[in-house]
Design a protein around this ligand. Structure first.
Ligand code: ATR
Length: 275
């Protein structure tokens, strides 16, 4: 019988996950289908019950359900538990197990670029859910120096305090981060600033950016935010949010099927869908 996989969120109509995963199922000749379901917050408990009843094989969880899904599952992976959010669920013999592949998807992309990621000096801009997944996963894989800057300092302080993995962190005001920017090897932009439709802004000035720095923005709409454009014009290497999106999907696919899929195939598919 065909296996069913899904993504639940709200809104979900523009999700690129169905096209990406259905292409993989076809490519690897797996008898499976992936479908997007728009689920209202009030219906989340019933939706999970329904998934259990039909014996779903696995599903992704996106905004706004990544936190609320947790008490509805049977087991949570320790990294996902510490992050406090689940984006991937695996049905193991009727038990629903929650994972977080957002942070690990992001870190997988960086590991492919830097052999010595652990020793890099990293600045994270933002302290929301995405920053949390990235910060905790970077700390978990042994990155030693991870600073955070955010408009609301207390949110950055709480994020660092909640992290169970040992790491050196300074919390910086945006202006302090701008002044010290030249000291960082890797800068990761995790806020929504610069995302369509408000593309004409950036979270901080890159005046002091080193041309040897690597600047990553988790936004993929537009493919090049104003921050990335400015970084590229200063000679820095840049990365948009496509790789994180593809890698979180690849790691979910691996958890479901045991196969690590071809991420360049996935990237082509996603870029085609974005137009
Ligand atoms: P996500 O789950 O996508 O990370 P989030 O939890 O709402 O989203 O976090 C949004 C992040 O973007 C936060 O770091 C937020 O800063 P605050 O903690 O100060 O709210 C940041 N952010 C969003 N809009 C912003 C703006 N206009 N100026 C500065 N920071 C902004």
């Amino acid at each position: 019988m065909k296996s069913l996989y899904a993504v639940i969120g709200n809104p979900i109509a523009h999700s690129m996950s169905p096209v990406m995963h259905n292409d993989l199922f076809q490519h690897y000749e797996l008898d499976a289908h992936y479908h997007a379901f728009a689920i209202e917050t009030n219906d989340l408990t019933d939706a999970v019950k329904g998934f259990r009843a039909i014996g779903i094989s696995g599903f992704n969880v996106t905004v706004p359900h990544k936190v609320a899904i947790m008490p509805l599952l049977d087991e949570i992976d320790p990294l996902a538990r510490s992050i406090g959010a689940v984006n991937t669920v695996v049905n193991e013999n009727g038990r629903l197990i929650g994972y977080n592949t957002d942070g690990s998807g992001f870190v997988l992309g960086l590991k492919n670029k830097f052999d010595d990621l652990e020793s890099k000096k990293v600045l994270i801009i933002g302290a929301g859910g995405a920053a949390r997944a990235i910060y905790f996963t970077m700390a978990h894989v042994g990155v030693k120096h991870l600073d955070i800057t955010n408009r609301t300092i207390t949110k950055a302080e709480n994020l660092a305090k909640d992290c169970p993995y040992s790491v050196n962190t300074s919390i910086l005001q945006l202006e302090e981060a701008e002044n010290r920017l030249g000291a960082y090897d890797i800068i990761i932009q995790t806020t929504s600033i610069g995302m369509a439709p408000q593309t004409e802004c950036e979270p901080l000035s890159l005046h002091n950016l080193s041309k040897n720095a690597f600047v990553s923005d988790i936004i993929y709409n537009p493919l090049e935010t104003r921050l990335l454009k400015m970084a590229r014009e200063k000679g820095a290497n840049t990365q948009n949010g496509i790789e994180m999106f593809v890698n979180q999907g690849a790691l979910a696919f691996e958890k479901w099927t045991g196969l690590m899929p071809d991420t360049s195939r996935m990237t082509t598919k996603v870029l085609k869908q974005l137009g």
